[in-house]
Every structure is written in C-alpha cells, then in structure tokens.
Design a binder for this molecule. Sequence first.
Ligand code: TPW
Ligand code: MG
Length: 554
Amino acid sequence: MTGKRAGSNLTLATSLLQGLKDHGARELFGIPGDFVLPLFKVIEESGILPHYTLSHEPGVGFAADAAARYHSGIGVAVVTYGAGAFNLVNAVAGAYAERSPVVVIAGAPGAGERASGYLLHHQARTIDTQCAVFREITCDQAVLNDPARAPLEIARVLRSARERSLPVYIEVPRDMVGAKTGAVPVLERRAHDADALAECTDEILEKLSQASSPVIIVDVEIRRFGLEDQVAALARKLNIPVVTTFMGRGLLSASPDVVAGTYLGAAGEAEVTRLVEDADAALLLGVILSDTNFALSRRRIDPRHAMLAIDREVRVGHHAYPNLPIDALVEALLARAKPATGRAGRVRPPAPAYPRNMPADDKPCAPSDIATAVNDLFDRHGPMPMTADVGDCLFTAMEIENTELAAPGYYAGMGFGVPAGIGVAATGRRPLILVGDGAFQMTGWELGNCRRYRLDPIVVLFNNRSWEMLRVFQPESAFNDLDDWQFAALATSLGGHGERVTTRNQLKQALDAAVARRGVFSLIEVMLPRGATSKTLARFVQGFKEARARQAPG
Ligand code: TPW
Ligand code: MG
C-alpha cells in the first residue's frame, strides 16, 4: 500500500478522484444529471483529472473505453442515476466483451431519498436495479454508502479493473459526495504461485521447442497489460512468427519484424492462414476465442497443440493453471526461453503487401481505394492512431498497414468509431476515425464536442447510403437502403470542416488538407456506390457463406 495522506481532510469525492488518478486514470468522460451534479462540481473545481462532457451516454462509454485501450490503463465514465447509467449499458457490455477496463462512476439517490416513500425519478424497478444490471457486465462493484469503508472498497474495485482488465462499477449516493474520508490506497497485486508459473512456463517452452512450425497468436489482452514489446522480444528470441487475431488487429504495430499479418481464416492471406492452421504448436496470448476471430477457420486449432493465456488463466493442452496473470507469464517465458537456433529465418515473415500508390485520378472511389490512400498518407506523414466502427470500414482497416487500432472486432457494436476517436483525441493523440454512414447516424453528432476541447480528429466516412454489411448477407432487402444525409454539409454547424469527395484525386487532396488543418475536426465524406465492398469484406462474406454451408444439416 502507498501511505495514507497525513491529516487528510479528503471528502469522498476528492478521495475517489485522487484514487482514480493514482490507479492510472488520465481523464474522465461524462454527462451530468441531478444525482451527480455535486460530484461534477468537485470534478470541475478540484481539477484533479481533466473532464470531457459529451452528448449521449453511449458516446461517453465508447470514449472512456477507447481511452482505456490507448492508455493500456483504466478509462472513466461518469453518469447520472438510471436514465444516464442505463444509457451506458451497451457500451459497458462491449467493454466487458472486449476486456477494456472502463470504470463506471454512477450517481444514485442518497439515504434520505431512499427512505422518502416515493418512487424516485430515473428509478426503473427498485432503487438498486441499476447496480443489479451493472453486476452482469462488470467484474467488481462498490456502493459507497459508508465513508469509513469507501477508500478500501474503491481500492479493491480499481485493483480488480486493472488485474482482470474488465469494467467495474462504483456507485456514489449523492449525499456522500462531501463526506469526510481517507485516501484510497493502491493495493498490492494479488499473488500468484511461483511454482505453478515455473511449471507452466517450462511446459510451454518445451512444447514450442519440440514443434517444427509453431506460431504465436496475439489478441487484445497483451495491449491491455502493456506487453507488446515483451511479446515481440519473446517472438524474436524464440524465432517464432506472430499473427494477430481480427480483434487484435493493430497490435505490435511497433514491431513489424515479427508480425506476419492478421488471421482471417478463409478470408485472409493464404500464407497467414497456413501459419495458423498448419501450426503444430500455437501459443495464444490474451486471445478471445470468438466467432469473429475463428469462425472462418477451415481447420480448427488442435486443442492438444494450443496454449492459451486469457483472464488470469493459462491452459496448456488439457492442463489448466488458474490464477496466472498473463504479464507474469510473458515475463517468465522471456526470462527462461533459450534462443532458438533450429528454426532460423522463420521469424521474418513475408511482409504482407498492403496496397500503395493510389492513382490520383478522376475515377470514383472504391472502398479499398480508401485503404490505399491512407497507406499513402501514412507514408507521407507518418502513421496515425486509428479507431473504426462496425461495417465495411473495419474490413477496409485490414488493408491498411498494421497500425494502432481500437475497434469492436468482437462485440461488433455500431456507433463506437466516432466517440472512440474523441476518446483517443482526449489522450493527446490525433486519431484517424473510420466510420460508415449507418454508424455515423448513431453517434456522429458527438463530433460537435470537439471544438470546445480543441480536438481535431480526422474522420473518413464511408458513405454508401446503405447498411452494406447487412446487404451482403441479404441483398433482397430494401430496408438496407439509407438516405443521403449530406454529412459533410453538417460539419460546419458542428464546428468542424467537412468535404464530400467522389473521386480518388479528391480523396487524396482531402486527406492531405485534413492533416494540415489543425484545431478543428475534419470530416471527409467519401461517396461510395451501394453494393461495392472492400476486397476483404468480399472474401469474408464468401468464407462465411461457405462455412455456413458446411455446417448446414443435410
Ligand atoms: C448497435 C447490426 C451490423 S453492420 C450494420 C448493422 C445495422 C450496418 C452498418 O452500416 P454502415 O456501414 O455503418 O453504413 P456499411 O459499411 O455496412 O455500409 N445495431 C448495433 N450494432 C450492430 N452491429 C447492428 C445494429 C449491423
Ligand atoms: Mg453504409
């Protein structure tokens, strides 16, 4: 534990905010309401952490989630009771699914109001229904109704968020905000068994050394725990190629020498698919075993050859090692691995050929042209951190050089891209946001908050006037046709710059101009024909239909 602040005259609110900061929070996102107005007052006046208010709670949740992903630490969402908190449920469910440690700070009625005998505004069923709902989608909860116990409760919950890399829930009854309390300690991490770790490490290293074609597959937990450089070092030492999952796209962007590409099964590069499906030993680090990651496998990874570390547990074949944190495992593997000699040359995978040199002509843009144009842009100006929404924009992102990316590749909740990009911008970096018109209809309005905070994300909006992702599976349905909302024209009234482009030359010019334009958001609305998809989405749909046909009875 760190020491208590002597002679503390902390209130519960200041102690909570300082505790969040001491646990790695760098900013807060929120929307006030009467049940959190007193807390927001302290947030604003104490200045302990910078705060960003957005327009709709889903955006708050996505921004906090993306900030957590980019910090490899916690993100914080502050909302009012009931109407505010329930609006956050979907974003927190997505954060749970994708293992992003979002700390939900929710207001609640005070003790006097609880005893008033009235139903309270924003109450759904019972007063505690809010907490019950969040219990399902968070890994630990604290209701701060006792100032004496609050510091330890907060400390336990924040430790849970960091150790499990999952969302947590902290409820602040509004009459507790000014209560006197102590400082929030930073608790020591829970111990793991050193013998179990050594045995597990040796078992994994033995299997890898026996294998003739091993592979390391990485997914988001290695980023959540800040392990990308260590994993790259491990791959180099063992001379084993690394692939990311679909969800893990963007990992190890700083170590292109070890990354062979992204595993997309039947929809991916044949060489990458072979690396995974022909492997006789597969070390899966932080991998979510989801359908989006593995449903297009032509051949499943043999469980006897698989070694999986996720959620503080390691499975080696049929052996399970509970309570082994992935960071301890990676550290031990790196320390005990002997440099491999037998497999010389394997670690340098063939560099995937991402498309480059888009002809800047007057031809209309196709989705994959956007990937080419972004690759060219990054070549000219350096890579930018990215966020993407669900839709063809996410598949197009697979054709962009492996670059830092936050996207809902597993939970697939639409509306993530724009507010997530705002969350990234709040961390001090300038993101490139990829989003479809359908998703933009959901949360694109959040861009209107950029001017107040001088955030200047670049948004590339794939406008096909269509829910194209749905159309590819069900072309006969007319409901997939959307209207033309003229998004670029809205940008000025939202405080940014908007431009509609239809040709490849216009796209290139607009991207260059956006990079040069600082201080306001830039919205590049790329008009795409209905029915056109990126090459990757076309392959994905084809592979998906084949997989479905294989599974169909009869
Ligand atoms: C919260 C279902 C998945 S993809 C999609 C829908 C409606 C269409 C996306 O349209 P957009 O992109 O953004 O124009 P594109 O490339 O397909 O044209 N509600 C939520 N999440 C999901 N995933 C859906 C519905 C869906
Ligand atoms: Mg669309």
